[in-house]
Design a protein around this ligand. Structure first.
Ligand code: ASP
Ligand code: MG
Length: 466
C-alpha cells in the first residue's frame, strides 16, 4: 500500500492536476492499493483565512470576491479536465454548495464581528473539501476508479482548534473501516488533508501545512509501505540552491537527519507532522510532481553509510547570548538558573555551548526573543553580577547558525577538521561551536555577513558540485 500526498502547488492548476493523475496512475500500476491525500489548491487556504479575518474586522468585500475567485479557480480545472457532463454538473453543484456555506459563515462572522478558532477551522478547511472531490473526478476522467473521502469521517482529534492533536486509536479504527473496503473494490480514496473532527463531530484542523500530517497518520494507520510527499522541489537538497547553485538532491536521509535539517531551517518535512510515520517505521519519499522521474529523497529509519555529511543548512536572525565570568568556575546551578530564566520568557534555545573552562555559557535564541532573555537573565543573576562572579551578560547580534548534518559523522574522524579548514581557508571567523554527543550535527555560529559564504565553502568541502 502506498499513501501519496499532494501539496498545494501540486494541485495548483489544470496542468498540475493532469500531472497528478499521471503520477497516481503510475503508482497504481506499481501497487493496487493507493491512498491519496490532497491539500487545497495553492493559495486557497490563505484566501479563506484572509476573508474570514476581514469579515470579523467588518469587511464584506474580501469574502464576496473570494467566493467568485474560488469558483473560477476550481471550475476552470473541472471544465478542462472533466469531459463527462454528469460528472461536471455534480462537481458544479458541490462547489456551489461549498461556496454558499463559505459566504454564509463569513456573513455570520461579519455580523458578530468575531472570529473564533473553532469558526476559523470550519472556514479554512473548505479548501481541501473543494480540492479532493475535484481530484477524484479528474482521476475518474482519466479512467482511474476514485472516490473522495472527507477526513472528518476518519481523523479524530482533540478540540484544540487551529492545530488539533489526532487521537491515534479511534483514527486508525476509522481509517481501516472507511478506506479498506474502497481499496478492496479497486478504488483509490482521495482524502482531504489538513481537516479532521472531534469525536463529537466538530470540525477541526491539524494546523497550517497539516496535510503532511494527515498523510503520515493514514500511512501509519494503514501500515503503508511508503508515504510519498509530492511537492514542487526535487526532494531534500544538500543545501539551499539559492545559496549553493550546485546543491543536489540527497538520495537518502535518516529520520533523525531529516528532523535536524528541519530544525535548522531547511524547508523540508516538519518533524512533528511526520512523527506518526516515523513511529511506524514507514519510509517517506519526497518527490517533485513536476519532475516525477527526477531525483527524490527517501527518508528512512536508517540508511547505508553513503556519506558522512548529508546536508548543510543555515538558520538566520539569531542572537548569541554570552554569560561570562571567572566566578562561575565550579559554581553549580548557574547553567540551571540561566536556562530557567530563558524558559520563563518562553524563548526557544537553538544551540548551547559551554567551554570546559566553565568561564562562559553561550546560547543562541531568535533575535526577537533576545531583549526579554537579557532582561530575565539580568534579574535572575543580579547578585552574581554585583559580586562580579559573573562579569557580563553579552549579546552578539546578527548571527547565523550553520549546521552540518549527517548521522555518518558519528565515529568518522576528520569531519570537524574538514569543516574548520574550509572556513579557515575562506577566512571566516567562527564565533561559537557546538556538537551534540549524538554527533548528528556540528553547529557553527558565524556573523550574518559570513553565513552564505560559510555554507558555500563547507558544502564545497563535502560535495562535488556539477
Ligand atoms: N491547505 C493547508 C494549508 O495551506 C494544509 C496544507 O497545505 O498542508 O496550510
Ligand atoms: Mg500547503
Amino acid at each position: 500500500m502506498l499513501v501519496l500526498k499532494f501539496g498545494g502547488t501540486s494541485v495548483g492548476n489544470t496542468q498540475a492536476f493532469a500531472q497528478v493523475a499521471e503520477i497516481i496512475a503510475r503508482a497504481r500500476a506499481q501497487d493496487a492499493h493507493v491512498v491519496v491525500v490532497t491539500s487545497a489548491m495553492s493559495g486557497v487556504t490563505n484566501t479563506l483565512v484572509h476573508a474570514a479575518r476581514a469579515a470579523a474586522d467588518g469587511y464584506e468585500q474580501p469574502y464576496r470576491e473570494a467566493r467568485s475567485d474560488l469558483l473560477l479557480k476550481h471550475q476552470l480545472v473541472a471544465g478542462q479536465l472533466i469531459e463527462d457532463g454528469v460528472e461536471r454538473a455534480a462537481y458544479g453543484r458541490l462547489i456551489d454548495e461549498r461556496l454558499r456555506s463559505f459566504e454564509r459563515l463569513c456573513h455570520s462572522i461579519y455580523v458578530l464581528g468575531e472570529l473564533t478558532a473553532r469558526g476559523l477551522d470550519v472556514v479554512s478547511g473548505l479548501g481541501e473539501r473543494m480540492a479532493a472531490p475535484l481530484l477524484a473526478a479528474v482521476l475518474r476522467a482519466h479512467g482511474i476508479a476514485a472516490e473522495w473521502v472527507d477526513a472528518a469521517e476518519i481523523v479524530v482529534t482533540d478540540a484544540n482548534f487551529g492545530g488539533a492533536t489526532p487521537l491515534i486509536e479511534p483514527t486508525c479504527a476509522r481509517a481501516n473501516a472507511r478506506l479498506r473496503p474502497l481499496l478492496d473494490q479497486g478504488k483509490t480514496p482521495v482524502v482531504t488533508g489538513f481537516v479532521a473532527a472531534t469525536s463529537e463531530g466538530i470540525a477541526t484542523t491539524l494546523g497550517r501545512g497539516g496535510s503532511d500530517y494527515s498523510a503520515a497518520i493514514l500511512g501509519a494507520c494503514l501500515q503503508a509501505d511508503e508515504v510519498q510527499i509530492w511537492t514542487d522541489v526535487n526532494g531534500i537538497l544538500t543545501a539551499d540552491p539559492r545559496i549553493v547553485p550546485g546543491a543536489k538532491t540527497t538520495p537518502e536521509l535518516t529520520y533523525i537527519e531529516a528532523a535536524e535539517l528541519a530544525y535548522f531551517g531547511a524547508k523540508v518535512l516538519h518533524p512533528k507532522t511526520i512523527l506518526p510515520a516515523i513511529e511506524a517505521l514507514i519510509p517517506i519519499r519526497v518527490a517533485n510532481t513536476f519532475q516525477p522521474d527526477g531525483p527524490s529523497t527517501l527518508v528512512l529509519p536508517e540508511t547505508a553509510r553513503d556519506g558522512a555529511v548529508k546536508a548543510i543548512t543555515a538558520i538566520k536572525h539569531l542572537t548569541l547570548i554570552n554569560v561570562e565570568g571567572r566566578g562561575m568556575i565550579g559554581v553549580p546551578g548557574i547553567a540551571a538558573r540561566t536556562f530557567k530564566a530563558v524558559a520563563a520568557v518562553g524563548a526557544n534555545v537553538l544551540m548551547i555551548s559551554q567551554s570546559s573552562s566553565e568561564q562562559s555559557i553561550c546560547f543562541a535564541v531568535p533575535e526577537g526573543d533576545a531583549p526579554a532573555v537579557i532582561q530575565a537573565l539580568t534579574a535572575e543573576l543580579a547578585q552574581e553580577l554585583t559580586r562580579h562572579f559573573i562579569d557580563q551578560i553579552r549579546a552578539i547580534h546578527d548571527v547565523v547558525i550553520v549546521a552540518v548534518v549527517g548521522a555518518g559523522m558519528r565515529g568518522t574522524p576528520g569531519i570537524a577538521g574538514r569543516v574548520f579548514s574550509a572556513l579557515g581557508e575562506a577566512r571566516i571567523n567562527v564565533i561559537a561551536v557546538a556538537q551534540g554527543s549524538s554527533e548528528v550535527n556540528i553547529s557553527l555560529v558565524v556573523d550574518e555577513n559570513d553565513a552564505e559564504a560559510a555554507v558555500r565553502f563547507v558544502h564545497a568541502a563535502f560535495f562535488a558540485e556539477a
